[in-house]
Design a protein around this ligand. Structure first.
Ligand code: NAD
Length: 490
């Protein structure tokens, strides 16, 4: 076995204190589509965590000495390298996760964007000259601030977008001048290491990153490490709460779950809305925290939408993730696929109708549309994180905003209307971190702040906002030296 991405199964090492460790205990990742072992990852033990913590303390000092221009240069080269290796990385994502190569290529294009934006932001980290002489006690002094690196950060990533979410966390942390410890998802060790290699091969010093594979216990041990200044976590709310308990009083950025709603008003372009919801409700088999899960359509257009949407969903190509024509591949494992089918059937038992899908083939869920689900169905109330969408009707706009807000989650929402008054009302009233107008909930630009409210978490992921989280404001107060006028009168 080798760590060459062309050779399957791949041997994936832990990167600790500048060394790739391959000997020791391993965990295999079995592809949910081919059912063969794709990668086998060296698992981190207690001694590795200990060594990583020691090295991180030294690494933080070394990285902080690098100039922002040098860090930006690495990130820019990594953006180019990502594009050059796009097909290789998309293939790995398809093998480890069942993600269609079409989606995988899109994810790697976004990795390149994310690194490029991180580079641009690295170049403009600065500070302020404070108006200290505006208050009598400050007269005669000068005060300055700058944003200094926190030192050591921890990135814990989920399986569903392991490349771009790691690019966000590691890219922004390095842009800010930190060293990062990475805890990748057990389902995508090779894809995660391939992203780290993009940076290392582009000149990132080994002091800037370490990778420790494993499950909850490794994540918990790293979260509790006193050296760690900031944890950026993406995953489920339950795991997020466990991370917070292990972390204690540390700065946290939490990107958690969602059961996103999209509202379609009576003035909407129904054909376009149906097409967009079909494309964005089932991409990556619905395994996105902002995937279209609940669609609320005005009753006057409900039947028209349901027919157009079901038709568009049936036209999606389901099958081999490695085939570039495939729209919907497999889910992460059979249990996840079974959950999605069971929730659709529960809704049907409560009076809903399944207009298409409602079954699975191994880990592949046939794209499922559930019409008029009961309000207390799990498909409405919880996060399905799979290839099933509920289509509901509404009569009153203000009322549907309230229905959307009944969720414990609040990540993003979609709204199809041309009515400016409704757009502003929804922006004001919806309990979400972002509203997408004339698009579904499932749209993200990597340079625009992204994150949730309520159980969807806190913090905003996009390089500019992440750099704020990954830095501390340091103040310099020069006494008896004034940039400003210091006389009472002339
Ligand atoms: P998960 O919570 O099971 O795991 C996420 C990561 O946490 C993994 O690396 C896992 O190994 C690690 N982990 C598990 N237990 C831990 C512990 N006790 N301490 C520290 N780390 C621990 O999530 P998942 O199944 O990989 O991903 C799906 C979830 O992620 C969904 O809920 C989805 O909505 C969410 N998600 C959110 C966003 C967002 O930006 N808000 C984006 C993608 C996914």
């Amino acid at each position: 076995m080798t760590d060459d991405p062309q050779d399957v199964p791949m041997a994936v090492g832990c990167l600790v204190a500048g060394e790739w460790l391959v000997d020791g205990q391993h965990a295999d990742r079995v592809s949910p589509w081919t059912r063969a072992v794709v990668s086998t990852a060296r698992q981190a033990g207690d001694a590795d965590v200990e060594a990583a913590r020691r090295y991180a303390r030294r690494g933080a000092k070394a990285v902080a000495r690098m100039s922002p221009a040098a860090r930006a240069g690495v990130l820019e080269r990594a953006a180019d390298t990502a594009l050059a290796r796009r097909d290789e990385l998309a293939r790995l994502l398809a093998l480890e996760l069942g993600k269609p190569v079409k989606d995988g290529r899109g994810e790697i294009d976004r990795v390149a964007d994310t690194f490029a934006v991180c580079a641009a932001e690295a170049r403009r980290i600065g500070g302020e000259v404070l108006p200290v002489a505006g208050w009598a006690r400050g007269v005669g002094n000068t005060a300055l601030t700058h944003r200094a690196p926190v030192g050591v950060t921890l990135a814990i990533t989920p399986f569903n977008a392991p490349a771009n979410l790691l690019a966000h966390k590691l890219g922004a942390s390095f842009a800010a001048g930190n060293t990062t410890m990475v805890k990748p998802p057990p389902q995508a060790p090779a894809s995660s290491v391939a992203v780290v290699r993009l940076l290392l091969d582009s000149g990132m010093p080994p002091e800037a990153v370490q990778v420790l594979h494993g499950g909850g216990p490794v994540g918990a041990a790293l979260s509790s490490a006193p050296e760690v200044g900031v944890i950026s976590f993406t995953g489920s709310p339950e795991t997020g709460a466990a991370v917070a308990r292990s972390a204690g009083a540390k700065r946290l950025v939490m990107e958690l779950g969602g059961n996103a709603a999209t509202i379609i008003c009576e003035d909407a372009d129904i054909a376009a809305a149906a097409r967009i919801c079909a494309a964005t409700g089932y991409s990556n088999s619905g395994q996105s925290c902002i995937s279209v899960q609940r669609v609320y359509v005005h009753r006057s257009r409900y039947a028209e939408f349901l027919e157009a949407f079901t038709f568009a969903v049936e036209k999606l190509t389901v099958g081999d993730p490695l085939d570039p024509a495939t729209d919907v591949g497999s889910m992460v494992d059979d249990d996840a696929a079974e959950r999605v089918v069971a929730w659709a059937q529960d809704a049907a038992a409560g009076g809903a109708s399944i207009t298409t899908g409602g079954r699975r083939d191994g880990a592949t869920v046939i794209p499922t549309v559930v019409a008029s689900a009961p309000a207390d169905a799990r498909l409405i109330r919880e996060e399905v994180f799979g290839a099933a969408v509920a289509v509901q009707s509404f009569d009153d706009f203000d009322e549907v905003l309230g229905t959307c807000n009944e969720s414990r989650y609040g990540l993003q929402a979609g709204l199809f209307t041309h009515d400016v008054r409704r757009i502003l009302t929804a922006w004001r009233e919806l309990e979400v971190g972002g509203l997408i107008v004339n698009g579904s909930s499932n749209f993200r630009l990597d340079h625009v702040p992204f994150g949730g409210v309520k159980d969807s978490g806190f913090g905003r992921e996009a390089p500019r906002w992440m750099i704020d989280d990954y830095t501390v404001v340091k103040t310099l107060l020069l006494r008896g030296m004034s940039l400003h006028g210091d006389q009472e009168e002339i």
